[in-house]
Design a protein around this ligand. Structure first.
Ligand SMILES: [Zn+2]
Length: 407
């Protein structure tokens, strides 16, 4: 099967994950795609294909004789789709020889160059879009199709390789794709997630991330006789937020700029609570942001009495750059393979986290490669067959480079 055929098959299998579910996988229907993917892994020639009881799928290719000393390289993608938009009854539409103009999807929605300025650059390619009622699922089914096609071509063309480890996960979209990943079983020394956007990207920097929950305790008396007595918890919450830098919010930041993001406000005179997430690529600035929250908490407790404000900080994930740094050949080899495919490689700081970041912290350095998908998580999601084919070549190129690599 071609990368296009595999892709079209996978996107038509409903595999949305579920936020807040206690089970593994988060949604029973993720088994449907896992079984199909496991079957295809066997079909392309992967060995010992294992569908684990938490719905992770693994498969391996032994090193070509003579290349046993090359490091074992992993490629990882996720099988679930985003919870943000309907992923059921996906009806992909293939537009051969796309002319670069706006595309009417259906359901009153159109793909326009006004919103997606890269569209004209896809002219001449085979564009795949939705019917406007669902997401497409290129995130990350393009990644699965590309990895499996690369494996099948590596075998067919006799490209020398070290040990290859292939893993597909459920539940990436609900933040749990790395959680159940069996690293000892997987056995890769270095790996890539294939779960990004443009195929010339290799991303290895992400945010450091924490969440902050701030509680305010008021002192409630009759408002008519409240002078010098009442402490209004809702006003305390407003005072707290007013002490944070107003420009340091998601709507005013980009690139390497971090932020405090106020997720929710709830409260009344008696009690109030603010929930934030805190993000910064720079580890020192990230610490400073948390210190700033502690400082404001201290100030307000000094002013209103100890215990008025309680701050709880919880660490979420860390920037993987520091973990990829000792294995920077991961980035260099990816860039080499991208350049060999005739593209200009780019690295962009990810303004979020990735499964690769978590895997990096678990001990497997894991930058993220592109898939060729655009506008993920909604009805405007689209990709081209040609970009997926080029990505197959990039994965093969990386594999060939690592056959020559010795630590
Ligand atoms: Zn993804």
């Amino acid at each position: 099967m071609s990368v296009k055929d595999l892709f079209l098959k996978y996107v038509q299998i409903h595999s949305v994950s579920r936020m807040g579910a206690e089970s593994n996988p988060s949604n029973e229907l993720e088994w449907d795609i896992a079984k199909v993917v496991a079957e295809d892994m066997r079909a392309v020639g992967l060995k010992n294909v294992t569908l684990a009881d938490n719905c992770y799928v693994y498969g391996w290719l032994d090193a070509t004789p003579g290349y046993e000393d090359a490091p074992a390289i992993g490629f990882i993608a996720h099988m679930d789709t985003a919870t943000d938009f309907c992923g059921e009854n996906v009806k992909p539409r293939v537009i051969e020889n796309y002319d670069g103009s706006d595309v009417e999807l259906g359901a009153g929605r159109s793909l326009t160059a006004k919103v997606f300025p890269h569209l004209p650059s896809l002219a001449g390619k085979t564009l795949i879009v939705t019917d406007g009622t669902t997401l497409l699922g290129a995130d990350d089914k393009a990644g699965i199709a590309e990895i499996l096609t690369a494996v099948s071509e590596i075998i067919a063309e006799g490209i020398p390789h070290g040990r290859l480890c292939i893993g597909f996960t459920p539940d990436e979209e609900v933040g749990l794709g790395a959680a159940g990943f069996d690293l000892p079983l997987f056995g890769a020394k270095y790996a890539y997630t294939v779960d990004g956007g443009p195929i010339n990207s290799v991303d290895y920097e992400c945010f450091n991330a924490a969440s902050a929950s701030v509680s305010f305790k008021g002192f409630n008396v009759h408002p008519g006789s409240a002078k010098n007595t009442m402490i209004n918890a809702a006003l305390l919450a407003m005072e707290f937020n007013a002490m944070l830098p107003a420009g340091s919010i998601p709507a005013h930041t980009e690139g390497y700029q971090g932020f405090f993001h106020l997720l929710s406000v709830e409260g009344n005179t008696e009690a109030a609570r603010l929930e934030y997430i805190v993000r910064d690529h720079d580890a020192h600035l990230f610490e400073a942001r948390q210190k700033q929250l502690q400082h404001i908490t201290q100030l307000m407790n000094d002013k209103y009495g100890g215990g008025t404000v309680t701050l709880e900080l919880a660490q979420s994930y860390r920037n993987m750059a520091e973990l990829v740094a000792p294995a920077f050949h991961l980035v260099e080899n990816a860039k080499k393979a991208i350049a060999e495919a005739g593209l200009e490689p780019v690295s962009t700081p990810i303004r979020g986290g990735t499964d690769g970041a978590t895997l990096s912290y678990m001990g497997l350095p894991c930058p993220n490669l592109g898939t060729g998908g655009w506008a993920a998580h909604g009805p405007y999601e689209h990709c081209t067959v040609e970009d997926m084919e080029t990505m197959v070549g990039i994965i093969k190129g990386i594999t060939a480079l690592y056959a020559q690599h010795r630590d």
